[in-house]
Design a protein around this ligand. Sequence first.
Ligand code: LLP
Length: 449
Amino acid sequence: MTVTTSGPAPSGAARALPDDLSVWPASAALLPDDDLAIGGVPLTALAERFGTPAYVLDEDEVRRRCRAYLGAFPEGEVLYAAKAFLCRAMAHWVREEGLGLDVCSAGELELAVATGFPPDRIVLHGNAKSPEDLKAALRLGVGRIVIDSTSEIARLAAALPPGSRQRVLVRVVPGITAGGHVKIRTGTDDQKFGLSIADGSAQHAVARVLGQPRLELVGLHCHIGSQITTVKPYLAAVRRLVGLLARIREQHGVTLRQLDIGGGHGVAYRPGEPALDIAALGAKVRAELLVSCAAAGLPVPRLTVEPGRAVVGPAGVVVYRVLTVKRTGDLTFVAVDGGMSDNPRPALYGVRYAPRLVGRRSSAAPAPVTVVGRHCEAGDVVAADVRLPGDVRPGDLIAVPVAGAYHLSMASGYNLVGRPPVVAVADGRPRLLVRRESLADIQGRDVGL
Ligand code: LLP
């Protein structure tokens, strides 16, 4: 991580915040007056020009992360998980970098294909694919469809035109507990995704797919959870899946050539938090795959990974403006002009963020505050119990790092405030990618009385 400090040297105890930019994009650079530049563009200038709240996306950081994945999985395939964040530019960047795409709706699929993403490099997921999802997938010629339930096997086969064949993977549940929060753990049988190996549903689905001449079973898939910070659960998943590959060959005489182990690679949201080491993941998974396949006498299948958060999360920053500061007993609430409608993650998963004041040099000592949003409920918290300069006041700008994944993609219309814009930064230039949702947009959809 290169951090250039172009402002005056910190003045010891008077300095309000440590200059730890470890969870910010690599381009983050401190400027005079404690402004912060991302991709060479000062956040104060971005706030001035595009308003607040605004998401800022560092294009080079996204591209660098894509390349790191290709380096870590040189013989494998890397699909960017579009659910983390998708817009036309994002689809364009990941395609240029050589990644494929994982989508889970007709909406994500259509957007990607409309920007020129080759459909054969796209994989469609979904525990409950709608008829529209499947229709779009077949019309656009999506590369692979991941079977997530027994009932969709016949449904998909029936939807295929005579004479055509669709490549599919079967998503299995390997029985592994991993993931940063119970709501994002998908490796065990007590959740809705995939087909259980333990109760035989996975084996049953494989037999059914093999019995459908219009479906070509190319491999197995699993996704054990999200925000996973150690390699170990992935190795366990590889062992279980290779075990199943061996049983499939025994029972059906079929050797499957693809193993997709999903995504879920954890990132640090605050300095000092662990992140999954992608290079180590690549090396160790590959080694495990070689050993397990050799033991089972199987050829080594092509490995696929589907990172979302680790590609785009740390490349994003959100900038808010402080609207009010309220002191209540021992607590100080710093309320900003966004909140749970642009980032539901603290409310959903209890995630902790590390906001910082930008654009004003303060000599006030850091004080504990809770940064809250503007929405009408008490759970609308941006960052609980963090330290900001004690003189934080209305009009200040607050920036929150690691806002690139699952922020805009999970943003809502709560209180009709409108979703923030996305501005890309690269080489000192800002570029509007997604405009702010206006009141006219919101009112335009309301067509009845
Ligand atoms: N592949 C599949 C099949 C998935 O379901 C997911 C995420 C991914 C890949 C990418 O996972 P990632 O690398 O981004 O962790 N909204 C939650 C995360 C939900 C993840 C859902 N599936 C959050 O904000 O933490």
